[in-house]
Design a protein around this ligand. Structure first.
Ligand SMILES: [Fe+2]
Length: 135
């Protein structure tokens, strides 16, 4: 529960599956997959898209009514990481596509910086913007 081991059915079922019921989030995922499928011969572009996935689907934050909430599956399924972020022990930046696509990360460490969106429409728009920039 401290940090997700692989494979982790709790992470997948409790973290990922519920998010697929949100129509805009589901549209984002579908579009994200389509963009990545068109970049299979470009490892640099795929790395940048991987960062978009990491800082949204896996470790995304959203601001609602002035409050930071978690929606990323890596946060939802990790009690330690989630508590740490909500306690303010992680830098929270406003989501910005270029910053996210340039932000490196370590998969096996607590995240020092995360990005908060205003809405899921923002990440859907980001996937469309990324498509335009990387093709
Ligand atoms: Fe995941």
């Amino acid at each position: 529960m401290g940090y997700t081991p692989e494979p982790d059915i709790f992470h997948d079922v409790f973290g990922h599956v519920p998010m697929h019921a949100h129509p805009v989030f589901a549209d984002f995922l579908q579009h994200y997959g389509k963009v990545c499928a068109g970049l299979m011969d470009d490892p640099v572009a795929l790395e940048r898209m991987g960062r978009l996935f990491w800082f949204t689907v896996e470790f995304g934050l959203i601001r609602q009514d002035g409050q930071v909430k978690v929606y990323g599956s890596g946060l939802i399924s990790s009690h330690r990481e989630c508590s740490r972020v909500l306690a303010g022990d992680c830098e929270v930046k406003d989501f910005e596509l270029d910053a996210v696509m340039n932000q490196e990360f370590q998969t096996s460490e607590m995240q020092p910086v995360l990005y908060a969106v205003k809405s899921f429409e923002q990440i859907y728009e980001a996937a469309k913007m990324a498509e335009g920039r990387l093709r």
